[in-house]
Design a protein around this ligand. Structure first.
Ligand code: SF4
Length: 127
């Protein structure tokens, strides 16, 4: 877990970290109005507990995720959830509906492209 956290911190600093009024946020997609997304300040450094909280948003629905057909395609992150103080299981489940719809649409598109002759395997090999 420590290694994962270190990787995330390195990623944050190298790629995404956003600074607004001296406060640190994980990326440009999160709201700077919500304290939940504040992961530290320039003055006091990073708030590891809050980073851990945001990284583990998946825990809110871990039992649903284990049985979900969309687990391998799902990419929900905290920034997508609609909440006012901190995300709950219900907030996450609302986004699950959209995630499943997106995955279904992408699978549908792939199926149509395949029907029209798209060579999926050659595309996967070139990636
Ligand atoms: S759609 Fe919801 S339940 Fe399914 S894998 Fe994603 S977060 Fe988990």
């Amino acid at each position: 877990m420590r290694l994962l956290l270190l990787f995330y911190l390195e990623y944050l600093v190298a790629v995404k970290l956003r600074i607004y009024n001296g406060e640190l946020y994980p990326c440009e997609r999160v709201s700077d109005v919500l304290d939940y997304f504040k992961i530290g300040t320039l003055e006091n450094g990073l708030d590891i507990k809050q980073i851990w909280e945001i990284m583990n948003v998946g825990k809110l629905t871990e039992y649903e995720c284990i049985n979900c057909w969309n687990l391998r395609l799902c990419s929900i992150c905290s920034a997508q959830l609609e909440f006012s103080t901190e995300p709950t299981r219900q907030h996450k489940l609302q986004e699950c509906i959209r995630s499943e719809a997106r995955a279904l649409f992408e699978l549908y598109e792939l199926a149509v492209l395949y029907e029209f002759g798209l060579d999926i395997e050659s595309i996967e090999e070139s990636l």
